[in-house]
Design a protein around this ligand. Structure first.
Ligand SMILES: Cc1cc2nc3c(=O)[nH]c(=O)nc-3n(C[C@H](O)[C@H](O)[C@H](O)COP(=O)(O)OP(=O)(O)OC[C@H]3O[C@@H](n4cnc5c(N)ncnc54)[C@H](O)[C@@H]3O)c2cc1C
Length: 494
């Protein structure tokens, strides 16, 4: 519908990454008659953080990431965070299975089974890993995790990491066969394709420059065609800002009070990559180490088998990169322009306290190629400089939140910020990220469409049969949804 040159729609999704794509597919299914427009500033979908080369492709389910199982002062292991992350991934997994069964996704190639493995060196850490395994063993979500500390078994499972290794130093693995590698780019494109085939409009090469609230509670978006500079406006009852790093500036432009005090700090990622068949054949897992001192929680190094466009790759990192851009294809002015009177104290508070992070970033930026490969040799002792190339991944804009006592706190999770009336919401932060897109978008639906959420329950329960339940407390239900998901997604039922 058009209103004096302004097109009116029910829903606008800003950005064509995994978050908007997931929300679009959910809404398309729940409300087939609503008009939906997706606006993307680049010429392709999933070209920022959701591109397979801009993230690590780990289906984060806390099977191997050691930052989710910290050790308490008494030496016991806190598994609370690991259980939460795994529960979230189970929701995502169920929706993907539903999407395959219902023709939303036609190609399962975006998802591949790859073992998730934690790797430690040294007697103390081996003891930690043993306690971690014991703490997780009683939980149905982690029951199949194995502990491996025998060098021969280590070498059988991880030949690349065993070659030239000095096994006089104790090493151990927590091994979970249930892990996945995910091409979130291929997945986003399929989900958006489903939306467009079913009536949604996608505007590529168009940037949302501003947004203002009208007296009826709807939003007018000022949009610019980046090639022709042509301007247009769009009016929407509901706006989702799935603009990755650009979500914070857009929330600031919206003027909603809920966004006040938030600031962002960009941290880029870089990886070493090799497609050499002898190497990919000798490493068939995603292996996560212990986070380095000062590194952000998801900065733990990992050596990963990846599948992109049907080819196997090895990827090692992340090494931190730094630029003031909020998007990989953003502007150097992104960070300075995001500093406002309402968030300057939050920024300063963090700047003063996060010196360890700053020192870590500086040390990362100083690394040369031989330095990076030397770090890789902690995982693959025989690694050669010439087999590996450096690639630049995406930008993660970490959330800085106002804090009365400290001025501001730096967070590494994901936060949905939205207006009280539910007419606009945006997603800030990037961890655990794309793997939890489905539960995060279900949360957006619950918060922004409170009046309809109850009526949507039957369809939502078809999509995610465990909705509202805690699978770690319901082993029979977990078994049921796990087995069904494994079969539909062809992840192998063990
Ligand atoms: C180094 C790194 C490693 C990661 N590893 C993992 C991992 O292993 N597993 C995992 O689950 N997650 C991982 N993540 C996180 C994951 O990549 C992100 O959480 C996820 O891709 C974010 O999706 P999104 O849709 O919010 O943003 P994006 O994919 O960044 O999409 C945002 C889109 O919005 C567009 N846009 C921005 N501004 C505008 C505007 N004004 N108008 C129109 N369009 C606009 C952008 O061009 C972009 O296409 C990683 C991230 C990084 C950076």
């Amino acid at each position: 519908m058009s209103d004096g040159g302004t097109t009116r729609v029910d829903v606008v999704l800003v950005g064509a990454g995994i978050m908007s794509a997931t929300l679009g597919a959910l809404l398309r299914r729940l409300e087939p008659d609503w008009s939906i427009t997706v606006i993307e500033r680049l010429d392709a979908a999933a070209a920022e953080s959701s591109s397979p080369w801009n993230n690590a492709g780990t289906g984060h389910s806390a099977l191997c990431e050691l930052n989710y199982t910290p050790q308490r002062a008494d030496g016991s292991i806190d598994i609370t965070k690991a259980v939460t992350i795994n529960e979230q991934f189970q929701v995502t997994r169920q929706f993907w299975a539903y999407a395959i069964e219902n023709g939303i996704l036609a190609d399962r190639g975006f998802l591949n089974p790859v073992p998730h493995v934690s790797f430690v060196r040294g007697a103390d850490r081996v003891a930690y890993l043993r306690r971690r395994r014991a703490a997780l063993a009683g939980n149905p979500l982690f029951a199949r995790t194995e502990l491996i500390d025998d060098p021969d078994e280590f070498a059988r499972r991880l030949p690349l990491m065993a070659a030239k290794r000095d096994f006089s130093e104790p090493v151990a693995l927590n091994w979970a066969d249930d892990g996945t590698d995910v091409d979130f780019g291929a997945l986003s494109k399929q989900l958006l394709g489903y939306c467009v085939r079913n009536g949604a409009t996608a505007l590529f090469g168009h940037e949302v420059r501003n947004l203002t609230r009208r007296s009826d509670g709807s939003w007018t978006l000022a949009i610019s065609n980046r090639r022709t500079r042509e301007k247009r406006t769009l009016n929407a009852r509901f706006v989702f800002l799935g603009a990755g790093g650009d979500t914070l500036p857009l929330l600031q432009k919206s003027g909603i009070k809920e966004a006040k005090g938030f600031a962002g700090f960009p941290i880029g990622g870089r990886f070493l990559r090799s497609g050499k068949p002898e190497l990919t054949a000798a490493h068939r897992a995603k292996v996560y180490g212990v986070p380095a001192a000062g590194a952000p929680p998801l900065g733990a190094l990992h050596l990963d088998l990846r599948y992109v466009n049907g080819k196997s790759w090895l990827v090692f990192g992340p090494y931190a990169g730094w630029s003031p851009k909020f998007l990989k294809y953003g502007h150097a002015s992104d960070l300075p322009r995001s500093i406002k009177p309402d968030n300057v104290l939050s920024m300063l508070g963090v700047g003063v306290r996060e010196m360890t992070l700053v020192n870590y970033l500086i040390s990362q930026l100083r690394l040369s190629h031989p330095d990076r490969v030397r770090v890789l040799r902690e995982f693959a002792p025989g690694a050669l400089d010439s087999d590996w190339e450096l690639t630049a991944a995406g930008q993660r804009v970490q959330v800085i939140r106002r804090d009365k006592r400290k001025g501001g706190v730096l967070e590494f999770g994901t936060t949905v910020v939205g207006s009280e009336d539910g007419s606009i919401a945006g997603m800030l932060g990037g961890s655990p990220g794309a793997s939890t897109a489905v539960p995060i978008m279900l949360d957006v639906l619950r918060r922004c469409f409170a009046q309809r959420y109850q009526a949507w329950q039957p369809v939502l329960k078809e999509m995610v049969p465990s909705l509202g339940a805690q699978l770690s407390q319901e082993p029979a239900l977990f078994d049921e949804v796990w087995t069904r998901g494994s079969k539909v997604l062809k992840l192998g039922v063990s």
